[in-house]
Design a binder for this molecule. Structure first.
Ligand code: SF4
Length: 706
């Protein structure tokens, strides 16, 4: 887009899944912003921003940017870099087949970037080895929703907060991770003190300030809590039999599993809660028809994250608390566009536009739409498996975009070994010198927030524009452009001849509605008619966008019809599992990980804004006073944490927010800003068998005070 003097633009915050609208005003130099404010018209935030969003201008500038392509560390032209990539892809397919290729994408990418990457890999190169760091974020919720609803659909809207009688937050430190949604809940509580707020979290987080009831469960015991709730709902004769008969299958087997796993002492033992706490939870649940249950990474990042999600959804289905104002199970995504990646099919177990490889006729449908010469026909490798395949020599070419897996994936030693072994590692990033970039063979300079132009989808299914406002510096280019240029060098000029993200978006929208008679859950077919001007001016809108719902859809499943063959939702029988890794005498502490309030992921952006370092300026390991006393640990003392896969050194932070036996370490710090504190070194590559999501909330470690 063409910068115009002193013009104010509406765009979207690039950080968390709240997806706040932002208004920016350019400085006269056209390379920076004079102001960054919340967009009063955006339904996600109505003008509010948290400190990360309001500090966005401080993260911009050329310092530290990757400004030109490099090949093996030497400056190169785009043509040299793209031709090398295309040649290597071609020879790899000839010698190894398409399985020799891998694409590791990111919830930071725009939907348009995701779409072309997915199209190239799955339609033109013949591989479904396309996965994303969203695998670390909400993959378990995706599978849970698909099992229950027949589709990966979040039923609720933020608007439901204002109607709920009870809000339950599970494994979600909203106050720090999604501050604007938290503020909305806090405002609702202030307006209506009778609104009940329950937090289920092993830690006493900042979110607990709002809670009428905080249930500090034993780590990993979430499914026990919700099975108990299910059982008690049945015992209290509060099942909504009319709703169940009309709209839900599988209830009896789910109840049977709940009965088996929920005898009184079983639940008390498994969760560590008192009977009084459980009674209060049950009483509140039974008395509040309009209950909204948010769940996030504390549920998803688990070796049984899918089951935990279904245990939550079961409770809502048997009480008919879904598709109604103020009620529903609400999966909150961590990233700005984790949802957009799902919409295009940018996960290894998806094909495209919410279709799976197993969806009858889907491969042929997508092939017809794309006119694709080499369709992938089966699931590819999910994130952890993909990096293991790289280390095993099966994947020879790995293209990483907008993510820093050397810091964020579990067992970073394995990730390092994999990248060193790979024949060609391509990294597209906006910053030079990230941990992962140091191991790249080819570095491609990518646009960042304020330069990127396209769409993102937030946690309530709202599609918003991120607008390209500032001119990209140096040789910086959009990810979608780089992908298309490689595609053209491989002979696919016609299918990748886009000149603007608008063309990509309308094609993506058309695919969502192609040959499905409006039946697909994610359907924005009406948006395929958008002109370039309408796309540029697009206001936030919640999918689906169909002929019946041309202005978007606030709430799903209002009519009780789901995306299963018989249109009924499914309850799943859940037998709670303990975390895969147990503590032992060698590794006696449970290690939990998560975010701090003012940093984002591996700090490549937020680390640049001094104001964002004020809240928490260094990594730490949070430990209970009882454990600190027992080990004679002082505040700030350096501790070496050892797990079966690695070590990290961190200063102690002694806090009663931790229960004895449990530790917490933030995820953000990396070797570029603090040596030896990368927490992913300690996390083994244990994943949920159904979702492939790593169990980043439950490792076992030993402490060696230094
Ligand atoms: Fe950005 Fe999330 Fe903060 Fe909103 S709550 S301003 S989306 S970081």
């Amino acid at each position: 887009s063409i910068p115009v003097r002193n013009t104010t633009y509406k765009t979207t915050c690039p950080y968390c899944g709240v997806g706040c609208g932002v208004e920016v005003t350019q400085n006269d130099d056209h390379t920076s912003f004079s102001s960054v404010k919340g967009d009063k018209d955006h339904p996600a935030n109505f003008g509010r921003l948290c400190v990360k969003g309001s500090s966005l201008a401080a993260t911009l500038g050329r310092e530290g940017r990757l400004l030109e392509p490099t090949i093996y560390g030497a400056k190169a032209t785009w043509d040299e870099a793209l031709t090398l990539i295309a040649d290597k892809i071609r020879t790899t397919i000839e010698n190894e087949g398409p399985g020799g290729l891998g694409f590791y994408l990111s919830g930071q990418m725009l939907t348009e970037d995701y779409y072309v990457a997915n199209k190239l890999a799955k339609g033109f190169l013949g591989t479904a080895n396309v996965d994303t760091n969203s695998r670390l974020c909400m993959a378990s919720a995706v599978v849970a929703q698909k099992r229950a609803f027949g589709s990966d659909t979040v039923p609720c809207s933020y608007d439901d907060i204002d109607h709920a009688e009870c809000i339950i937050m599970v494994g979600w430190n909203a106050a720090w991770t999604h501050p604007i949604v938290y503020q909305r809940i806090a405002a609702a509580k202030q307006r209506r003190p009778e609104l009940k707020v329950i937090v289920i979290d092993p830690r006493k987080t900042a979110t607990c300030d709002l809670a009428d009831l905080h249930l500090a469960i034993k780590p990993g015991s979430d499914a026990h809590v919700f099975n108990y709730l299910l059982w008690q709902t049945e015992r209290a004769d509060k099942l909504d039999r009319d709703y169940i008969n009309a709209h839900v299958n599988g209830v009896e087997s789910a109840l049977e599993a709940a009965r088996i796993s929920s005898s009184q002492c079983q639940t008390l033992l498994a969760t560590g809660l008192s009977q009084a706490q459980l009674d209060q939870l049950v009483a509140t649940w039974l008395s509040c028809e309009k209950t909204l249950t948010f769940y996030s990474q504390g549920v998803n990042q688990s070796s049984s994250g899918v089951d935990k999600g279904n245990a939550i959804i079961n409770c809502h289905l048997v009480t008919g608390r879904i598709g109604k104002e103020g009620a529903g199970p609400f999966s909150i995504t961590g990233q700005p566009n984790a949802m957009g990646g799902r919409e295009v099919g940018g996960l290894a177990n998806q094909l495209a536009a919410h279709m799976d490889f197993a969806t009858p006729g889907a491969i042929e449908t997508v092939q017809r739409f794309w006119q694709a010469p080499a369709m992938a026909t089966e699931n590819g490798l999910k994130a952890v498996d993909m990096f293991q395949a790289v280390e095993a020599g099966q994947i020879k070419v790995l293209w990483i975009m907008a993510t820093n897996p050397l810091v964020s994936l579990p067992d970073s030693h394995q990730v390092r070994r994999a990248l060193k072994k790979c024949e060609l590692v391509i990294v597209s990033d906006c910053y030079a010198g990230t941990d992962t970039a140091t191991l790249a063979d080819v570095l491609l300079p990518a646009t960042t927030w304020s330069e990127k132009d396209g769409t993102v989808t937030n946690s309530e299914r709202c599609i918003s524009r991120q607008r390209g406002i500032l001119p990209p510096p140096g040789e910086v280019r959009h990810d979608w452009w780089a992908i298309c240029e490689v595609a053209k060098r491989l002979g696919f000029q016609k299918a990748f001849s886009y000149e603007h993200p608008h063309e990509i978006f309308v094609e993506h929208a058309a695919l969502s509605a192609f040959e499905n008679n409006g039946q697909r859950d994610f359907n924005i077919g009406m948006m395929s008619q958008l002109t370039r001007q309408e796309y540029d001016q697009l206001s936030p809108i919640q999918w689906p966008v169909t002929q019946d719902q041309p202005y978007g859809t606030k709430r799903m499943f209002v009519d009780g019809k789901f995306f299963t063959p018989d249109q009924k939702a499914r309850c799943l029988p859940i037998l709670p599992k303990i975390p895969f890794i147990s503590t032992s005498s060698d590794f006696p502490f449970v290690l939990n990980t998560g975010r701090v309030r003012d940093q984002w992921h591996t700090m490549t952006r937020t680390g640049r804004a001094p104001i964002l370092n004020q809240h928490t300026d260094r990594p730490y390991v949070a430990i209970s006073p009882a454990d600190a006393n027992a080990l004679k640990i002082q505040e700030g003392q350096l501790l070496r944490l050892k797990s079966p896969v690695g070590q990290a050194c961190l200063p102690a932070k002694i806090t009663a927010d931790q229960t004895p036996g449990n530790l917490f370490v933030p995820i953000h710090w990396n070797d570029q800003n603090t040596n030896h504190s990368v927490v992913s070194r300690l996390i083994p590559q244990v994943v949920d068998a159904l979702s492939g999501q790593p169990e980043s909330k439950h490792a076992s470690v030993a402490i060696e005070p230094q």
